[in-house]
Design a protein around this ligand. Structure first.
Ligand SMILES: N#Cc1ccccc1Cn1ccc2ccc(-c3cc(N)[nH]n3)cc21
Length: 238
């Protein structure tokens, strides 16, 4: 997968693209992520990317020209990207969308700043995406959240963990099961016996039950959604 990111603050992505699972996936060539400074697509000597809003009002708006120039330049060759625009009021990002986006060969993520992008930029956009009902200062953090959730799903990125997650609950949006590690007792709190039993079938069924129970308690709408889509097995429904 290739991802092109358009931003006026490219430096925000430096650590994200160097560290951890994402950094390894990029350095090993499993995925390609290119961050482009929208300012590099301006043509004036002051490299202006924003302007005051027509009709008045606070703040500035990202101009359309530099973004369109970047899009035209970056789409001259190769497959056309599926274009995302991060927005406070876009479609809510979730695991289902992450799975869908992970199957695209190429993404482009446009990161707004100030009061947002000129409305005409949305003629380039396939999906306006929000990571939550709160307003951040710009679209870069949402872009990193989306990339993190999507890239970890690319085959080979999670390495040997991947096979263990073949039937991963998280891919269906279910909440995770409790995790424990040594010691077996800590300040009077014991690890559940089943996890010490070495009985893999019992452990798997305990984890499945914990995940379903936690999801039903905290996010019942996820269970309803999976039921409606027929994505829960008979025993999971019991
Ligand atoms: N738009 C806007 C806006 C409007 C008013 C005040 C401040 C902003 C900041 N902003 C500019 C670009 C931009 C992109 C994405 C988010 C964003 C996403 C989620 N889920 N929360 N916030 C915010 C963004």
């Amino acid at each position: 997968m290739r991802i092109d990111v358009l931003t006026v603050l490219p430096g925000l992505f430096d650590c994200f693209l160097k560290e951890g699972v994402i950094g390894k996936a990029i350095s090993s060539g499993k995925v390609e992520v290119k961050v482009h400074n929208i300012r590099d697509f301006t043509t004036d000597k002051h490299r202006v990317v924003d302007d005051v809003p027509y009709g008045g009002g606070p703040g500035m708006v990202l101009k359309p020209e530099p973004i369109f120039r970047a899009y035209d330049e970056l789409t001259k060759e190769g497959e056309k990207p599926y274009v995302l625009l991060t927005e406070p009021w876009g479609e809510k990002f979730n695991q289902e969308m992450a799975v869908e986006l992970s199957k695209k060969p190429r993404l482009m993520i446009i990161c707004g700043r100030y009061e947002g992008v000129d409305e005409r930029v949305k003629s380039l956009v396939d999906r306006e995406v929000s990571i939550g009902d709160y307003v951040l200062t710009g679209g870069e953090l949402p872009a990193m959240v989306i990339m993190d959730a999507v890239l970890r799903l690319i085959p080979g990125v999670l390495g040997n963990l991947e096979s263990l997650r073949a039937d991963s609950f998280s891919d269906r949006g279910l909440l995770g099961y409790p995790n424990y590690t040594r010691p077996a007792e800590f300040r009077g709190m014991k690890v559940p016996e089943v996890l010490l039993s070495g009985h893999h079938k019992k452990i798997e069924s305990w984890r499945k039950e914990q995940s379903l129970r936690k999801t039903l308690e905290r996010r019942p709408e996820i269970i309803e959604n999976l039921k409606r889509k027929g994505l829960l097995t008979k025993e999971e429904l019991e």
